[in-house]
Design a protein around this ligand. Structure first.
Ligand code: ZN
Ligand code: ZN
Length: 402
């Protein structure tokens, strides 16, 4: 399964009312469409604007409405914390506070936080009998997990989302969340004490950089109870991604997670290494999900030229490399998790193209991978239909009825 994050789009006037996928020259992507069966897909349902996380869950056959309880657990799992059912998880930003106002939500986009995160971890291990697990992630990001009894994720964030505002109070949204609110308040106070005179911040001061003197929490969520992927489908699987959120989804459903060297969430990602990792994973897995994020990033920036360039010059050859080693044992599913139209610089509910190629699959008249794949034999389906359809194409479904 190849997921080109945010690759779907809307027609762009400047390129003759074509979409980036229509405009880009992508012979390898088109090869899958030409030799397979095609359609378009509403990742969640028509009119629902998906997040990358909820869309991926849906495409993997998990009901997002039941399994998604906030971004925190997926981000926390993505940092490598071994999260457990009922853990309360948060996304964390290192930030700068002055006179009780947040003056930078990312502390000058602080890059290295390993050292200060270690200090927080070592100084704050338990509050009111609740285990505190803290871990740094990329750049200014980190994750916080509360593990214990009588905890709730029904709690507001502390991140004010804007600068020059005081951090918000983490308010309980239900009576059962009062203890959690108290613990979080104490945690932030204690973390601020650790950060205040930390050598890393003294060093930043000398370099005229803003200190990372507070933490902003958001994305509260309880770790969902999800069925293990291998148990659900009888397939051993691996996910190849450089995106923490997607890696977290992989970890929570029990897939192996690989981040190849030099790969990022952006245009600069080393897709050659992603192809190599995919080829390697195909040797000892039944299912491999190759996630490529760059198309979404350039779309959020509104850069259609870069989107076309990324598809033509980076994605297409990477997929070409992967196709070389896909044998009859595998079905190739090429799609996106959602559309990210250049014109709105955000995700939209526009359905995404879908092509499925494999030994014995039907073919249709569609010759290229773009937003016109609805003319193919799959017509228009929902994300939740993708896994059952794919399992049936490899003869792994059970008969309904006699
Ligand atoms: Zn996405
Ligand atoms: Zn996005």
């Amino acid at each position: 399964m190849i997921i080109l994050d945010g690759v779907g789009d809307r027609p762009i006037k400047k390129i003759g009312k074509k979409t980036p996928l229509e405009k880009a020259n992508t012979p390898n992507l088109d090869k899958i469409a030409k030799n397979g069966i095609n359609g378009i897909m509403d990742p969640i349902s028509p009119g629902t604007r998906p997040g990358s996380d909820t869309a991926h869950l849906s495409l993997l056959g998990y009901k997002p409405k039941e399994t998604y309880r906030g971004r925190g657990p997926f981000e926390a799992a993505g940092t490598g914390i071994d999260i457990k059912e009922n853990d309360i998880c948060f996304r964390v930003n290192y930030a700068t506070k002055k006179d009780n106002k947040i003056i930078d939500r990312r502390a000058n986009r602080i890059k290295k936080t390993k050292e200060i995160s270690k200090s927080i971890k070592n100084n704050i291990k338990n509050i009111e009998g609740t285990e505190i697990i803290f871990k740094d992630s990329t750049a200014h990001r980190a994750a916080l997990v509360l593990r214990g009894e009588e905890l709730s994720d029904k709690i507001t964030r502390s991140d004010p989302k804007e600068t020059n505002k005081p951090p918000e109070k983490m308010e309980p949204l239900e009576k059962d969340a009062e203890k959690t609110a108290r613990i979080l308040k104490k945690f932030i106070q204690r973390a601020e004490r650790v950060l205040k005179n930390h050598p890393a911040n003294k060093k930043r001061k000398k370099q005229n950089k803003l200190p990372a003197n507070t933490l902003l929490l958001r994305g509260a969520g309880k770790t969902p109870d999800v069925q293990n992927f291998q148990k659900k489908y009888g397939l051993k699987g691996t996910i190849i991604s450089a995106t923490g959120l997607i890696q977290g989804i992989g970890k929570i459903i029990g897939l192996d997670v690989v981040q190849p060297k030099g790969t990022t969430c952006g245009y600069d990602s080393n897709l050659n290494n992603k192809s190599k990792a995919t080829k390697k994973a195909l040797k000892n897995n039944d299912f491999v999900l190759l996630h490529i994020k760059g198309g979404d990033e350039v779309s959020h920036d509104g850069d259609y030229k870069k989107k076309i360039d990324f598809l033509e010059n980076k994605v297409d050859s990477a997929i070409g490399n992967v196709l070389e080693s896909i044998n009859n044992r595998f079905l190739t599913i090429l799609t996106a998790d959602h559309s990210t139209p250049i014109s709105i610089k955000d995700h939209s509910a526009d359905p995404v193209p879908l092509s499925i190629m494999g030994e014995g699959t039907r073919t249709d008249e569609v010759k290229s991978f773009d937003e016109n794949t609805y003319q193919g034999g799959l017509c228009r389906i929902k994300g939740k239909n993708l896994f059952p359809i794919s399992l049936d194409l490899i003869n792994k479904t059970h008969k309904f009825g006699a």
